[in-house]
Design a protein around this ligand. Structure first.
Ligand code: NAD
Length: 360
């Protein structure tokens, strides 16, 4: 089995999850270097995690290390640029969310993938806990009956200090508010479980934080299979919770957690008619426990690297979510319902989700 040489760029809050992910597979990855513009920080980080080399210049690190994989953990504004640079240097990419600011930027990434033969995967760790894969299989088998109603709440709290960091809370650097930055995890998870979405109606508002992006959005979604799901993405909720509830004809599936879930966070209820059918036992027979972490995602990705196969959170596997978020902002700014497939290259929301174009 090949051992892949990997590097990390960005040594802020989320970088530790990237170190842990590759260190969980010591036979498959060798973390050879780390880069950050902050010289003191990168030096200290390299020492703390015993990483052989540190750089203050990302380009220099790419040229010197020639990595197989680049893990990108810098602020959103740099994601597309750094992803393309990594692929041009011959590496695959595992980039933090939000991967890009728009469908136009996603097209740029895909163009670079075609040109270089490398792939760029978005971090979406919520999809990868074994418990979620188990539930998804049961949903897709039809065992739970028709999907009907759902709730997806990302009720989180982000204070003034959080938004005091210069790149946060702006269209240019953060690409949006809790829709793009916080709830994107829960919404991506629900899209992964429920299949193709068809139409979105949304309200977005800035109720309390002094930021130019929204601090809350409320979304109604119709899925292709007919199910209706209500979503909230909030940065304003003092009692924080992430809550997913999906009602099928035969069962209710619930997941309550905050940032990371595992087996104990799921609960299942079946109808009286299904009490003796074995459905509850099937639902509760969860696989070996593992959290919804970067570790679970990177385990799946290393196998895709071995097979030289497009990672499941790249290409169409990420386009669905980028288009979904674009539709939420378009609906929020225009007041219109937005159908899947309608944000074409001549639509202002193809390039810019800030609503500037719709106000002009
Ligand atoms: N997947 C998750 O659950 C999760 C959780 C938190 C944050 N994130 C995402 O991770 C990304 C980083 O977030 P964070 O909270 O770690 O941010 P942070 O501000 O704590 O860290 C960012 C780091 O990038 C460095 N940096 C900035 N410009 C650079 C450059 N040109 N070259 C090299 N380094 C540079 C900064 O010095 C800083 O150390 C964001 O996109 C965020 O949305 C994801």
């Amino acid at each position: 089995m090949k051992k892949y040489k990997t590097v990390i760029v960005g040594t802020g809050g989320i970088a530790e999850s990237h170190v842990n992910a590759v260190r969980a597979l010591p036979d498959r990855f060798e973390l050879v270097a780390v880069a950050d513009v902050d010289a003191e920080k990168v030096e200290a980080y390299g020492k703390k995690y015993d990483i052989p080399r540190s750089y203050t210049d990302y380009e220099e690190m790419l040229a010197a290390e020639k990595p197989d994989l680049v893990q990108i953990a810098v602020p959103p504004l740099l994601h597309v640029k750094f992803s393309i640079m990594a692929m041009e240097a011959g590496a695959w990419v595992y980039c933090e969310k939000p991967l890009c600011a728009s469908l136009a930027e996603l097209d740029k990434i895909e163009e670079a993938e075609k040109r270089t033969g490398k792939f760029c995967a978005s971090v979406f760790q919520m999809r990868f806990a074994p418990s979620s894969t188990h539930v998804k299989k049961l949903i897709e088998s039809g065992r739970l009956g028709k999907p009907m109603i759902g709730i997806a709440h990302t009720l989180w709290y982000r204070d003034l200090e959080y938004y005091g960091v210069s790149w946060r809370g702006t269209w240019k650097s953060d690409f949006g508010g809790p829709t793009m930055i916080l709830g994107i995890h829960t919404m991506d998870h629900v899209l992964n479980l429920m299949g193709e979405w068809e139409e979105v109606r949304a309200i977005t508002a800035t109720l309390d934080r002094p930021i130019e992006v929204e601090d809350v959005s409320m979304v109604h979604v119709r899925f292709k299979n007919g199910a209706l799901v209500s979503m909230i993405n909030s940065a304003l909720s003092p009692r924080q919770e992430t809550y997913i509830r999906l009602d099928f004809q035969k069962a209710t599936v619930e997941l309550k957690h905050l940032y990371v879930y595992q087996n104990e966070n799921w609960s299942f209820t079946v109808t009286d008619e299904e009490k003796d059918s074995g459905l509850l036992e099937e639902l509760t027979s969860l696989p070996e426990d593992a959290p919804s972490s970067h570790v679970s995602q990177i385990k799946a990705m290393v196998e895709e690297m071995d097979r030289n196969e497009r990672p499941s959170t790249s290409g169409s596997g990420v386009r669905d979510t980028v288009e979904f978020v674009s539709a939420i902002y378009k609906s929020g700014f225009t007041g219109e319902a937005v159908k899947k497939g309608t944000i074409g290259k001549d639509d202002p929301f193809y390039r810019d989700l800030s609503g500037k174009s719709s106000k002009a």
